[in-house]
Design a protein around this ligand. Structure first.
Ligand code: GMT
Length: 375
């Protein structure tokens, strides 16, 4: 099948998921055309079945705001027509669902039908999408999609609460390639981060406010008082300076490393003992699932879709948003008990296997097949 995938090319979960989906489909013999403004970060290796089309937005003195959505729709029309694309799968509603609607309408005028599937990822509904600046367009264009999927049961319910959705929203939960994340730790790397065999705590995100990275620092401060430990912050974003200055203010700066955006997450997670995710909301929490696939237990909030992956008392622990005391005592308890930690690590890995890419890709293929009988 010839599939067009539209996504954000950055480190965010929706772009990572869309890229991994495209790569897996290509491995199964489908031809995948990525359409986005930059090479997706996880699309580094060559695959004969993968094509990448860059959306270019011309500059013009009149354009204070470059019209990306218009350029994206025009590129989609061009790619679909010239590459015989049979189905368009867009990830993250803004602005991809409305650009897809425009594309579909243009092609309909030319007598061509292109089925559109929109996958909702989280903030495109719960944060940005519901804002009145975007809501009418988001709601309309989602409803115009031929199929709508959500990455968790929680996101499906949230979407139904926020918008009047006239179609069924199908849940296809996010996935992880367990084989890729099940790596042996590189000893030399572990020694650089934790020279005295301290425990390694990890947080990875885009450092947006919704992630509450200050809570991560405060939890670590409490852990650090009881358990020799180091904290690795992976990723970058607007709240990073706040987390950095709080680390210095709390006098724990020397035991916290900000390693920035990293492509080889599996190598970093392989040396981890605990993953912290303190978000106000996560539709799913792909970063936590990747940690679990690397055998790292997760202490998270119980917000959004996190209870769909993190099993309290089994694969980690969950607390209410902002409950720093409880999250730190769970962490101290776990990191201080060798046997319990080993058990939780094994449980986390077993749980991740339920979300293995091999189990989820056929669900997307089945969905595609409803619109295009050419698989
Ligand atoms: O977390 C972010 O801000 C990034 C965002 C995205 O769209 O890239 O992540 C969302 O999609 C991920 C992949 O489906 C989910 O795992 C994240 O939970 C979700 N983030 C939020 O809901 C805040």
């Amino acid at each position: 099948m010839r599939i067009g995938i539209v996504c954000y090319p950055t480190f965010g979960g929706s772009g990572v998921l869309a890229t991994e989906l495209g790569k897996a489909l290509a491995d199964k013999g489908h031809v995948v055309h990525f359409i986005t403004y930059q090479q997706p970060v996880r699309l580094s290796e060559f695959n004969a079945n993968i094509f990448y089309h860059e959306v270019r937005v011309p500059t013009y003195p009149l354009f204070d705001y470059p019209p990306y959505e218009t350029a994206l729709s025009s590129t989609m029309v061009d790619v679909i027509v010239n590459n015989q694309i049979e189905l368009l799968h867009v990830h993250y509603a803004i602005p991809h669902a409305s650009a897809a609607f425009m594309t579909k309408s243009i092609l309909a005028k030319q007598g061509k039908t292109i089925p559109v599937i929109t996958t909702l990822h989280g903030t495109d509904i719960t944060l940005v999408g519901r804002d009145k600046t975007f809501a009418p367009v988001v709601s309309f264009s989602i409803n115009q999609s031929d199929a709508i999927t959500a990455v968790s049961y929680n996101l499906r319910e949230e979407t139904k609460k926020i918008f009047k959705i006239e179609k069924e929203i199908e849940v296809i939960q996010n996935f992880v390639d367990v084989r890729r994340f099940n790596k042996k730790p590189i000893d030399a790397f572990r020694r650089v981060i934790a020279p005295n065999n301290e425990k390694i705590v990890i947080h990875a995100s885009n450092f947006r406010r919704i992630k509450r990275v200050e809570d991560v620092v405060r939890i670590f401060e409490k852990i650090h008082k009881k358990v020799p430990s180091k904290l690795l912050f992976v990723g970058d974003g607007p709240e990073r300076p706040t987390a950095e200055s709080l680390s210095r203010d709390l006098n724990i700066g020397d035991d916290i490393r900000f390693v920035g955006k990293q492509e080889q997450m599996e190598e970093i997670l392989a040396i981890g003992d605990l993953f912290l995710l303190t978000s106000e909301y996560e539709s799913f929490g792909l970063a936590a699932l990747e940690a679990m696939a690397a055998g790292v237990p997760v202490i998270s909030t119980n917000a959004g879709g996190l209870p769909e992956i993190n099993e309290h008392g089994v694969t980690g622990y969950m607390s209410d948003v902002g409950n720093i005391d409880e999250m730190s005592s769970f962490a101290i308890d776990l990191l201080s008990d060798k046997d319990k930690l080993a058990k939780f690590k094994a449980n986390a890995y077993e749980q991740a296997k339920k979300f293995d890419i091999q189990n989820i890709i056929p669900k997307y293929e089945k969905l595609y097949n409803r619109f295009c009988k050419c698989l």
